[in-house]
Design a binder for this molecule. Structure first.
Ligand code: TXE
Length: 495
């Protein structure tokens, strides 16, 4: 391994390896080969990163910089990411095996978050309060929380980091980033751009390593004010419990089991494409995967056949190749998990309509591929319909009418996203009202924007990312009282 393929962390503006002296391999899921290494950090490194962020929060120049200045830095970072989008995307594809087309689309779009929140930075306003006590003047200020720990997963590392980084910085916080142990390289490459943009030292720090080794040191550190996390629900719940001990703020985005609902009155061909994009795009490794396809009984056979035919034609291959439609999955444990759910589905009586294993093509042998898989006649009480798989497995579930569709859609512990396919306007609005999820798409699927709040109901999480609301997640309100009266009132009674 050459030194060039080693990435380093940045703590307090300085590049560093780990104090453990160890390295973590980053493996390309298409070749199965290690292509880079990142520092394998320990608790000491985690503490150093938090302390650097805390110093930068307390002392200047970040804390004394104007909000307009912060906004300019964010926009400059956006410009640099736009310049290097393809380079960053290629790193992501090498790290997580997702299509270069998908990752470069994301990396080209990421700057918009930095422009949007950069613009919001100097529009964070407090207010003067109307006051029932004439001798007191009161106003509010909205202030940053302090050190924010951003913990990101492997499926869309930079996009999901950006959803945290842009509003947190715009609000004036400082940051420690802990990327996934599987996909740290793009985050460390981003730090070159953070440096080039001119962020003061300690404002953004990184620490790479295993979540179970350094996670608690970060999330329970007394100098940390907030944890912004995207990942699995079990890890999210553990972080929430740890954060509760120090009464820390949290934003948790924890995935889902999203219903994608097709009514008989929908444009069937569009709905079939929507079903495909809901689950097979990104090999199903997306929190918003429409993994439960609810289909009205009268069109169930027709839709099932069309979805199966569409998916059967999907081209598996090298994720860097523009013709590839389905790449490998990101990690070996994830592939094992997916294959295990295929076995569970069969045991529970679901009918396998397509796929159901690993592809036989020798050209794909080195990669961590699974076949696009569809199960029919799934009932909503099967594990395949209740538990997040995070892979290219679609469960098709029949329903009778609107009421039945709502009942099945909401019968889940999750509530992240949902899709409704219908040409009936009343039905579209009714479904949007009654589905208990943070996002409802009507006659489309998998749309996100820097302007649109994103987050979960129920076990899909707490808090919202993107949109104006997101900045509130990184602010707290202070109320200031100025005495206008001469002298001090009776000290023994409440003023
Ligand atoms: O996730 P983890 P994993 C779901 C998906 C997947 C499952 C497991 O169903 O199959 O989670 O994936 C860090 N303290 N999603 O194991 O563990 C970890 O290092 C602090 C949904 O990869 O949640 C990584 O940086 N941090 C999802 C991050 O948490 C800890 C995206 C996510 O890893 C930690 C990914 C700890 N104790 C998986 N333990 C989505 N919502 O999009 C781990 N981490």
């Amino acid at each position: 391994m050459s030194e060039q393929t080693r990435f380093q962390n940045v703590v307090n503006g300085t590049k560093c390896d780990s104090t453990t002296g160890r390295w973590l391999a980053s493996t390309n899921p298409f070749t199965g080969k290690t292509w880079a290494e990142v520092p394998h950090c320990g608790v000491e490194d985690a503490n150093a990163a938090v302390e650097a962020a805390h110093r930068a929060f307390i002392r200047g120049p970040w804390s004394t910089m104007s909000a307009t200045g912060r906004g300019k830095l964010l926009r400059r970072l956006g410009d640099l990411i736009a310049r290097d989008a393809e380079k960053l995307a290629a790193i992501e594809t090498r790290d997580n095996g997702k299509l270069f087309a998908e990752m470069s689309g994301q990396c080209r779009y990421i700057p918009e978050w930095f422009y949007y929140f950069g613009g919001l930075a100097d529009k964070i306003e407090g207010g003067v309060l109307p006051m029932d006590k004439p001798d007191l003047f009161s106003y509010t200020k909205r202030e940053p929380l302090g050190v924010v720990v951003a913990i990101t997963p492997w499926n869309s590392p930079l996009l999901l980091l950006t959803w945290k980084l842009a509003p947190a910085l715009a609000a004036g916080n400082t940051i420690v980033i802990k990327p996934s142990e599987y996909t740290s390289c793009s985050t460390l490459a981003l730090m070159e751009l953070v440096n080039e943009a001119g962020f003061p030292e300690g404002v953004i720090n990184t620490v790479t390593g295993f979540g179970h080794e350094i996670g608690p040191a970060l999330t329970e550190h007394p100098m940390v004010a907030k944890i912004a996390f995207t990942g699995g629900d079990a890890t999210g719940a553990a972080i929430y419990a740890g954060a509760a001990k120090g009464l820390k703020h949290v934003t948790l985005e924890l995935g889902g089991k999203s219903p994608n609902i097709i009514f008989a009155d929908a444009n069937i061909d569009d709905a079939v494409k929507g079903a495909i994009s809901g689950i097979f795009a990104a090999s199903g490794q997306t929190c918003i995967a429409g993994s439960r396809l609810l289909v009205q009984r009268s069109v169930y056979d027709e839709i099932s056949a069309k979805v199966v035919n569409f998916a059967r034609a999907a081209r598996l291959g090298d994720p860097m190749d523009a013709n590839t439609q389905v790449g490998p999955v990101t990690t070996l444990p994830q592939r094992d998990k997916i294959l295990n759910y295929m076995a569970i589905a069969r045991e529970e009586g679901a009918r396998c309509l397509l796929g159901g294993g690993t592809p036989q093509d020798p050209a794909l042998e080195a990669g961590w591929f699974v076949q696009p898989t569809i199960f029919g006649d799934v009932s909503n009480d099967m594990r395949i319909a209740r538990e997040e798989v995070f892979g290219p497995i679609l469960s098709i579930i029949p329903f009778e009418d609107e009421e039945h569709a709502i009942e099945i859609a909401n019968d889940t512990i999750y509530g992240l996203a949902s899709g409704v396919w219908t040409s009936n306007i009343r039905r579209a609005f009714t479904m949007a009202d009654r589905i208990r999820a943070g996002t409802v798409w009507v006659n489309t699927y998998r749309a996100v924007s820097f302007m649109a709040p994103f987050g979960g109901y129920k076990m899909s999480g707490i808090g919202r990312e993107s949109g104006q609301y997101a900045i509130d997640e990184y602010l707290q309100t202070k109320c200031v009282w100025i005495n206008l009266a001469e002298g001090v009132a009776n000290p023994f009674v409440l003023r």
